[in-house]
Design a protein around this ligand. Structure first.
Ligand code: PXL
Length: 279
């Protein structure tokens, strides 16, 4: 009989195109060699480039999934798309009653194509009810601006915003992939061809500098990063090592990205890069 691998739960939305959300998370978990459990928050209909429909599964069915997952047990949790206030509350209530478990939250507010994936009224609930119960939150610069309530024009602002978000409860990893809004040419992204993901755990800052992988096929990047961190935590890596490994994992997945659909403009990164069965 094989030794059971770590178990990691994703609480997130499905993506019928298989690029982001639960499909990306489960591929990431598979690549990390952990057993993936999933609790769907919402079902979406999408192509590789467009979100066509989003519908929450409802708090009753979500609760049943979360209770069933807790019966099996898990070592770490990734939380993604939460859609609306009722869903945020259901997840927060459940987390509150759970024995302490490392949880990583990717605060998905809108899709790459601009579709709203968390209603605006739910943000205060995220801050009050969810953030205090998390080990780590992984906002991009836009999401970090929303969570911290300040504009982030460059690396110094990113540090200030990270401190503000950390005061709300969790450690924070601000991802640099989207570029600073104001300060053109500032360190961190853009001209140099490098970008920085900034980790603040409440004690120290750690900057993860890595090459920007230039690919138009980037759907699922944020989901994969947070799932990879959760998988590392499932293997009991300390937070800093789990993040370092996840950043390298996403870089490799982006190098293996591929187009999906007719015109080649859209596509996804490949969490299974180098691990596909037919080779
Ligand atoms: O990339 C954010 C994201 C997360 N989860 C689901 C999504 C998306 C973006 O479209 O559809 C289900």
């Amino acid at each position: 009989m094989a030794t059971p691998p770590p178990r990691v739960l994703t609480i997130a939305g499905s993506d019928s195109g298989g690029c982001s959300g639960v499909p990306a998370d489960l591929r990431t978990f598979a690549a990390y060699g952990v057993h993936g459990l999933c609790a769907l928050t919402a079902v979406t209909a999408q192509t590789a480039g467009e979100v066509k429909a989003v519908e929450p599964v409802g708090t009753e069915l979500l609760r049943r999934q979360l209770e069933a997952a807790a019966e099996i047990g898990f070592d770490a949790i990734k939380i993604g798309m939460l859609t609306d206030a009722a869903t945020v509350e259901a997840v927060a209530d459940w987390l509150e009653a759970l024995p302490p478990t490392p949880a990583v939250f990717d605060p998905v507010f809108r899709s790459t194509s601009g579709a709203a994936l968390l209603e605006a009224e739910a943000l205060p609930l995220v801050v009050e009810r969810l953030l205090p119960r998390l080990l780590l939150v992984t906002p991009n610069l836009f999401e970090a601006e929303r969570l911290s309530g300040m504009a982030i024009g460059g690396p110094d602002d990113a540090r200030t915003a990270a401190r503000r978000i950390e005061r709300l409860g969790p450690g924070v990893l601000i991802t640099g992939g989207h570029g600073y809004s104001a300060a053109a040419g500032s360190a961190g992204c853009g001209a140099s061809g490098e970008l920085t993901d900034l980790l603040f755990d409440g004690n120290r800052f750690e900057a993860f500098v890595h090459p920007r992988i230039r690919t138009p096929w980037r759907r699922g990047t944020g989901c994969t990063l947070s799932a990879a961190i959760a998988a590392g935590l499932g293997w009991h890596l300390p937070l800093e090592r789990a993040v370092r490994r996840a950043v390298a994992f996403v870089e490799r997945a982006l190098r293996g990205s591929y187009p999906l659909g007719r015109n080649g403009r859209h596509g996804a990164l490949d969490p299974m890069a180098g691990r596909r069965g037919h080779r």
